[in-house]
Design a protein around this ligand. Structure first.
Ligand code: ADP
Length: 279
C-alpha cells in the first residue's frame, strides 16, 4: 500500500519557488531520507505532507494512506483526522520544558482522546504504561519524572520520538531531527528511527542535511535541489559526484569520519522510482 502519494506539488513564497512540481510515492514500511542543501525545500515538503502547508491550486494532490490530505490547493475535510496518523518530530523537539518527560510523552495521546481529558491531564493507567514503554523503547526510562527542560538535546529528541510512538501513528515524519545534536546523539536518534521503522513497520521520512547519516540508515534517498527532485533511488546509487553537485562541496567534507563502507541495504518493500537529474 502507498503511505504517501504526492502529485504535481508546487509551492512559492512570494517570488521564491520552494517546491517545483514534486511527484513522489512512498510505500508503507519504507525508510526514506530527504536530502539537499539548506533551502532546497525539505522542510516545506514535510510540512505539506502533514497538512501544515497547502500547495498551489491546480493539479496538486497529496494522499496519505489512500485518502486525500489536500487536493488542488485545498486541505481536505478529513485532513485533521488524518494528521493523527502522522507523527512529526522537529529539530527543536517541541517539548513543554516545565512538564515532566512522562507528561510530555502522554501529550502524544491528545489527538486520540477527548479534549477535556487531555486538558485536565487525566490519562488512564494503560496510557501511562504505554508512555513508560515508549520511553523505554527510546532508551530513556530513567528520566520519566525529570522536567523536560533538564534533558540534553539528544534525550529531548528521544522523548519527542516517544511522544509520536504513543500516538500510534503509522507514518513518522522527522524534519532535521539530528541537526542540532552531537555525532553520538545523532547516531543514536537515527538508530532509534531505523529500529522503529524495522520493528513497528512505521513508514519513516527523515529530512537530513547530513548525507552520510542518510546513506547509512535510509535504504532510499530523495534529493532535492531548488525545490525539485534531482535524485530518487537506492542510497547505494547516490554517487559522490552527485553529492558535490547537490551541495557544492567536496565529497570529503560530506563523509563522516567513521562512516561504514556499505550503505543501508534496501528492504523488499522498497520500490523507489529512479530519478537522476544531474547533468
Ligand atoms: P530546507 O528545509 O531544505 O532547508 P525549506 O523548505 O525550509 O528548505 O525552504 C525552501 C525555500 O522556501 C527557502 O528558500 C526558504 O527561504 C523558503 N521558505 C520556506 N518557508 C517559508 C516561509 N514560510 N516564508 C517564506 N519563505 C519560505
Amino acid at each position: 500500500m502507498t503511505a504517501i502519494s504526492i502529485q504535481n506539488l508546487s509551492k512559492s513564497f512570494g517570488k521564491k519557488r520552494a517546491l517545483d512540481n514534486i511527484s513522489l510515492d512512498i510505500q508503507c514500511g519504507e525508510m526514506v531520507a530527504l536530502i539537499g542543501a539548506s533551502g532546497s525545500g525539505k522542510s516545506t515538503l514535510i510540512r505539506h505532507i502533514c497538512g501544515l502547508e497547502i500547495g498551489h491550486a491546480g493539479e496538486s494532490r497529496i494522499e496519505v494512506l489512500g485518502s486525500p490530505m489536500q487536493d488542488g490547493g485545498r486541505l481536505s475535510a478529513g485532513a485533521r483526522q488524518m494528521r493523527r496518523n502522522i507523527g512529526v518530530v522537529f529539530q527543536q523537539f517541541n517539548l513543554v520544558g516545565r512538564l515532566t518527560v512522562l507528561s510530555n510523552v502522554l501529550l502524544g495521546n491528545l489527538g486520540r482522546i477527548p479534549a477535556w481529558r487531555g486538558t485536565l491531564g487525566l490519562f488512564t493507567s494503560q496510557e501511562k504504561q504505554a508512555a513508560r514503554e515508549a520511553l523505554a523503547r527510546v532508551g530513556i526510562p530513567e528520566v520519566a519524572w525529570q522536567r523536560a527542560s533538564t534533558l540534553s538535546g539528544g534525550q529531548q529528541q528521544r522523548a519527542a520520538i516517544a511522544r509520536t510512538l504513543v500516538q500510534r501513528s503509522s507514518i513518522l515524519l522527522a524534519d532535521e531531527p539530528i541537526a542540532s545534536l552531537d555525532p553520538s546523539s545523532a547516531r543514536r536518534i537515527m538508530e532509534i528511527l531505523a529500529a522503529v521503522n524495522r520493528d513497528e513497520q512505521i513508514t519513516c521520512v527523515v529530512s537530513l542535511h547530513q548525507v552520510e547519516y542518510a546513506r547509512r540508515y535510509c535504504p532510499r534517498i530523495v534529493a532535492l535541489r531548488d525545490g525539485r527532485i534531482v535524485f530518487d533511488g537506492p542510497s547505494s546509487e547516490l554517487t559522490n559526484q552527485m553529492l558535490v553537485e547537490l551541495y557544492g562541496a567536496s565529497s570529503e567534507e560530506l563523509i563522516l569520519p567513521d562512516a561504514p563502507s556499505q550503505p543501508a541495504k534496501p528492504k523488499r518493500v522498497t520500490k523507489p522510482g529512479r530519478v537522476a537529474a544531474f547533468a
